[in-house]
Design a protein around this ligand. Structure first.
Ligand SMILES: Nc1ncnc2c1ncn2[C@@H]1O[C@H](COP(=O)(O)OP(=O)(O)O)[C@@H](O)[C@H]1O
Ligand SMILES: NC(=O)OP(=O)(O)O
Length: 319
């Protein structure tokens, strides 16, 4: 079997029009990414796919709230909204990959694993929501909504507008890791920990129960990469390369950077929390463990990125 690569697909990279896209539009974006993943499989990489759900889980939560406001329907807890996005996006990726493999005569099966991820009830992030979900709003729109829903918290998200945030505890363990490993060993392309995984906590009775939060899929992906001993971590997002001085006149795209240089850029504050910082932190965590290379790029550049012709590559010094 070829090198084990984890590809983490950003939730925003599947939504082009701030939530006004239809399910069919999202499926088309998924199909585009599936073409690039199939290219990697044809190059003999052993691929595991994870994905985000930031926009989609926010849309689901809002639909549930509006159904409550308008029709008095019972609300869907945030943890169930996460589970719904894991199933819904997993289904689309699974179908797109299956069809793409069949079209090309690639003899690979695909399976999506509903994945629970353990978090700590004492995680301080429950008191300090940081994960942006749903649509982007102007400051005026956000202020209006805040008047109507005083408990909502908004942040400015990387110059793209204002978004609602929810708690995002750190992942501790992936409950279905053995099932994921077994499927990889059996030759499946596995889709797992969608939306960062369904957050669960261990009870005093040693059982698990869901808790309302959205885990960062980059942190969850780096934990999975460690647990399955992946060699390469690829994070696809809305930009082809990570930049320093992002959005400023002196913005510079990064091609190859060492772990030490990356840490230096973090210290200099080039990566905002809630968008690029978690990707970089997850990458550094992966490189500290078993990782040999991290690539951050957009889905369209995947094929070129894997052969070093696109994307930002984080490598160990001396490579
Ligand atoms: N230093 C940076 N370099 C490149 N992109 C950045 C940087 N800082 C913030 N960004 C923004 O962060 C986005 C990635 O975060 P986000 O959209 O939340 O991720 P995801 O694709 O996982 O949903 C990029 O598309 C870009 O708009
Ligand atoms: N759960 C999560 O991190 O989603 P995004 O990648 O869409 O932000």
């Amino acid at each position: 079997m070829g090198k084990l690569v984890i590809v983490a697909i950003g939730g925003n990279s599947l939504v082009k029009d701030n939530g006004l896209d239809s399910v069919q539009d999202q499926y088309e974006a998924v199909c585009d990414t599936a073409v690039n993943i199939a290219d990697m499989v044809e190059q003999d990489f052993n691929v595991v796919v994870t994905h985000g759900n930031g926009p989609q889980v926010g849309f689901g939560l809002r639909r549930s709230e509006i159904a409550g406001e308008v029709a008095g329907m019972p609300s869907v807890p945030l943890v169930n909204c996460v589970a719904d996005t894991q199933g819904g996006i997993g289904y689309q990726i699974q179908q797109a990959l299956t069809n793409e493999f069949s079209k090309r005569g690639i003899n690979k099966k695909v399976a999506t694993v509903i994945t629970q991820v353990e978090v700590s009830i004492d995680d301080p992030n429950f008191k300090n929501p940081t994960k942006p979900v749903g649509s982007f709003f102007t400051l005026e729109q956000a202020e209006l909504m805040k008047k109507e829903h005083p408990d909502w918290i908004f942040i400015e998200d990387s110059g793209r507008g204002y978004r609602r945030v929810v708690p995002s505890p750190k992942p501790i363990d992936i409950l279905e890791k053995d099932a994921i490993k077994s499927l990889i060993d059996a030759g499946y392309v596995v889709i797992a920990i969608g939306g960062g995984g369904i957050p669960v906590v261990k009870t005093e009775e040693n059982t698990y129960e869901g808790i309302d939060a959205v885990i960062d899929k980059d942190f969850a992906t780096s934990l999975l990469a460690e647990q399955i001993n992946a060699e390469i971590l690829i994070i696809t997002t809305g930009v082809s390369r990570v930049c320093i001085n992002f959005g400023k006149p002196n913005q510079k795209a990064l091609e190859n950077i060492t772990v030490e240089e990356t840490k230096q850029y973090v210290e200099e504050g080039h990566f905002p929390a809630g968008s690029m910082l978690p990707k970089i932190e997850a990458s550094l965590h992966f490189m500290k463990k078993n990782g040999s290379r991290v690539i951050i790029t957009d889905p369209e550049s995947l094929k070129d990125a894997i052969i070093g012709k696109a994307g930002t590559h984080i490598i160990k010094s001396g490579h």
